[in-house]
Design a protein around this ligand. Structure first.
Ligand SMILES: NC(=O)c1ccc[n+]([C@@H]2O[C@H](COP(=O)([O-])OP(=O)(O)OC[C@H]3O[C@@H](n4cnc5c(N)ncnc54)[C@H](OP(=O)(O)O)[C@@H]3O)[C@@H](O)[C@H]2O)c1
Length: 296
């Protein structure tokens, strides 16, 4: 029996990963980590044990990891001292005798000097710590989520068209559901030790492509209107995003325009055994979030 613990069980990716794992392994082999277990009552009702733990409490994490073979570390929220939190999880995993840790850095293009604040250095830190830890590890690198397309496109593309800084770069976005299913595959199967996967979706699309897709779906012409960086931030703030969050979205968009996430590795398709959901399929299915995501 292999016991698998997924952190962030109360969040999107962690919950979805556990839900996909439930289709592959017994609920009794699954554990979710939550700061507040009451928020994971739906998972507990499905037979998943929920253990309390906070990334800032290494000793508490070590207790929560007792008897666990594999840990899926859902990356900590930006702007919250991610290094301390991730380091605590790795140290606690070693302390508790966990065998294998799976981590989800953001894809970095080979040879690129693009730098994401709160992400690039923090991801490198985890990778180095894992490599030095003696733990078996697997890296399941994420592209930007498909769910972010609306906020990247200025927050209201169906009403105002795509509003974004100039650029023709493309990104191979993937949906959280597809990424979580790939996590479940990696966690429930053998053969993934020390693998480094780039979970690109596809096809990669630019902001002009998104405008084209949304125009086709809505039946009305939705142009790609170029904004200066300053006006882009103002546009996001006009929809309720705080300035630092808007500046963070701008940084992601600059990465898209620089082509940082334009490769289509095929790793996600191989793990899923099918094509990942495309931007057109995702948007056509009505997944155009009506809210702006407020953090990364
Ligand atoms: N690739 C992308 O485009 C992209 C976009 C957004 C985010 N991300 C990254 O992906 C991660 C997961 O995304 P998501 O949508 O699942 O985020 P989410 O819904 O906000 O979930 C984050 C999870 O982490 C938990 N958490 C936060 N701080 C913690 C702590 N100190 N100790 C223990 N657990 C803690 C939260 O618990 P609570 O319920 O207690 O808050 C929640 O369960 C994010 O944290 C971020 O690093 C990537």
């Amino acid at each position: 029996m292999t016991r698998i613990l997924v952190t962030g069980a109360t969040g999107n990716i962690g919950r979805m990963t556990l839900q996909h794992l439930l289709k592959r392994v017994l609920a009794s082999d699954l554990v979710g980590l939550a700061r507040d277990p009451a928020k994971a009552a739906d998972l507990a009702a499905k037979g998943i044990e929920i253990r309390q733990g906070d990334y800032f409490d290494q000793e508490g994490l070590a207790r929560a990891f007792e008897g666990i073979d594999k840990v899926m570390l859902v990356s900590a929220t930006a702007f919250t001292d991610r290094n301390t939190q991730h380091d605590n999880v790795i140290k606690a995993a070693r302390q508790a005798g966990v065998g294998h840790v799976v981590f989800m850095p953001i894809i970095r293009k080979a040879g690129s000097d693009f730098h994401m604040p709160q992400i690039t250095e923090e991801d490198r830190f985890v990778e180095e710590r894992l490599k030095a830890s003696g733990l078996v590890y697997t890296l399941v690198r994420h592209p930007p989520f498909l769910e972010n397309i609306e906020s990247y496109s200025g927050g209201a593309p169906l009403e105002k068209g795509v509003l974004a800084p100039a650029g023709t770069g493309k990104a191979a976005y993937a949906s959280r559901e597809d990424l979580a299913e790939a996590h479940a595959v990696v966690l429930s199967e053998g053969g993934h030790a020390y693998k480094d996967y780039a979970l690109c979706g596809g096809p990669a699309v630019s902001f002009a492509d998104i405008a084209q897709i949304l125009s086709e779906i809505s039946g009305k012409a939705l142009p790609f209107n170029v904004l200066s960086d300053q006006d882009y931030i103002a546009q996001l703030m006009s929809l309720g995003l705080p300035e630092p969050a808007a500046a963070f979205v701008l940084k992601w968009v600059q990465g898209v325009n620089a082509g940082e996430w334009d490769s289509e590795s095929g790793d996600l398709e191989k793990l899923l055994g099918r094509k990942p959901v495309t931007p057109a399929e995702y948007l056509r299915a009505g997944h155009t979030p009506r809210h702006l995501e407020t953090e990364n």
